[in-house]
Design a protein around this ligand. Structure first.
Ligand SMILES: [Zn+2]
Length: 72
């Protein structure tokens, strides 16, 4: 279960989250997944590649995601 280190696009605080293949719709890459920041409680959309590495992120909730992941 890969652990990812990144920053929240809303508050710029460091975030850590676990992501698995079950968390994304793998029909299309980069695949969106929703990330809920523990610090500011806001949702953003992170796009990951086939190795579940973050490619880019968007501030709001974009279409196509299937799960929301809480950060640590
Ligand atoms: Zn945040």
């Amino acid at each position: 279960m890969p652990l990812r280190f990144n920053t929240c696009p809303h508050c710029n605080k460091k975030i850590i989250f676990k992501i698995e293949m079950d968390d994304i719709n793998s029909n299309q890459y980069p695949a969106p997944v929703y990330i809920k920041c523990k610090s500011c409680n806001k949702l953003s959309t992170f796009y990951v590649d086939s190795l579940l590495r973050v490619s880019y992120k968007e501030l709001d909730k974009k279409l196509g995601g299937i799960k929301t992941i809480e950060t640590k």
